[in-house]
Design a binder for this molecule. Structure first.
Ligand code: ASP
Ligand code: ASP
Length: 332
């Protein structure tokens, strides 16, 4: 089997710090150009062919990839129910579909899939065929491009708050330990998994807490990684109000009910109201609140306009960050 050096982003570990910094620099420029509606200048990937394949539900991520591709002038081939059209109806194997689309001359392949191992499997084919690959969320494992956009806004906010000492060629060095709280679903939330993994790699020093129903725990693989990287996991918080004043980054997420067993789901549903973020929690929070969206019931609507709630700019800047990500990897 031949392999190529086409960039494959399956998980956060596939980004280097230099890559992320290049993506962020591009994103800064795209934000300005988008704001000034200088759309012609953005079409740097004209005629490049993108496959945007979503085998499991997504509206926001798919739309932001679509818009990013179109703003860059790409030809976009997309499906938002690829699973229905191929696998369930015709029994088509994922690797075969990917091979066929790559054979049509794809310059990048973006995949969202419900299976934990789907991104890895698709990436093996893409690598062999010389096509760059981006995982847009696979099962409960990882959502690396979401991490890129999360880190982009978090870094900007940390700088604005005067907490960054230096940006070296491998890390962001903070002036003091940055306190990260992940909450609600550290077990099935792939965005939480990616954000813990990614910040542990690229932001120093860091300390991590979790606040969640007791049957939803951070995976052993993540805990081991934190240990290897020398990042302390401070444990599960029971009285969140006590620690909120020292939290710099609060990353909240809806419970991923679609990935839980019926028994687990019942228990989490019973406990969910105790983990809701409202105005009282926001008043206590020392730092800022982030959320990958969609919000269902876990954040009070009144929080939407709170100055410490960052989830709308976080989502909006996802567009220029995804544009930067595409430019970084697309075959030209
Ligand atoms: N998990 C999905 C996403 O980020 C949610 C949605 O699209 O509505 O794309
Ligand atoms: N949009 C995120 C995801 O795709 C978070 C979520 O769906 O809750 O994982």
């Amino acid at each position: 089997m031949s392999t190529t050096n086409a960039v494959q982003i399956v998980g956060v570990k596939d980004y280097t710090f230099e890559m992320l910094m290049r993506i962020f620099k591009l994103a800064d420029g795209y934000r300005d150009a988008l704001a000034q509606r200088k759309f012609e200048e953005l079409k740097v990937l004209r005629n490049c062919l993108a496959f945007n394949y979503f085998y499991s539900p997504s509206t926001r991520t798919r739309t932001s990839f679509d818009v990013a591709m179109e703003r860059l002038g790409m030809i976009v081939e997309w499906s938002e129910a690829a699973g229905q059209f191929s696998k369930t109806v015709q029994g088509e194997i994922l690797e075969h579909s990917v091979r066929i689309y790559c054979g049509y001359g794809a310059d990048v392949f973006v995949l969202r899939h419900g299976d934990d191992d789907a991104a890895e499997r698709a990436s093996v084919v893409c690598k062999e065929m010389g096509v760059p690959f981006l995982n847009a969320g696979s099962g409960s494992r990882e959502h690396p491009t979401q991490f890129a956009l999360d880190f982009y806004i978090m870094l900007q906010d940390l700088m604005e708050r005067g907490l960054v000492e230096q940006i070296t060629n491998r890390h962001v060095l903070a002036k003091r330990p940055i306190n990260l709280l992940v909450s609600m679903d550290p077990e099935f939330g792939r965005t939480i998994r990616s954000v813990v993994r990614g910040l542990a790699r690229f932001l120093r020093p860091l300390r991590v807490w979790a606040w969640a129903p007791s049957i939803l725990t951070l995976g052993e693989d993540i805990l081991r990684e934190l240990e290897d990287l020398g990042v302390p996991f401070e444990g599960y918080v029971t009285d969140v109000r006590r620690i909120l004043p020292m939290i710099d980054i609060h990353y909240h997420q809806r419970p991923q009910y679609e990935r839980m067993s019926p028994e687990k789901r019942k228990i989490v549903e019973m406990n969910e109201p105790s983990f809701k973020v409202g105005l009282h929690e926001m008043a206590l929070l020392g730092g800022l609140l982030y959320h990958p969206m969609p919000i269902v019931n876990e954040v009070d609507r009144a929080v939407d306009t709170h100055p410490k709630a960052r989830y709308f700019p976080q989502a909006a800047w996802g567009l220029p960050v995804r544009m930067g990500n595409l430019v970084e990897v697309v075959r030209r």
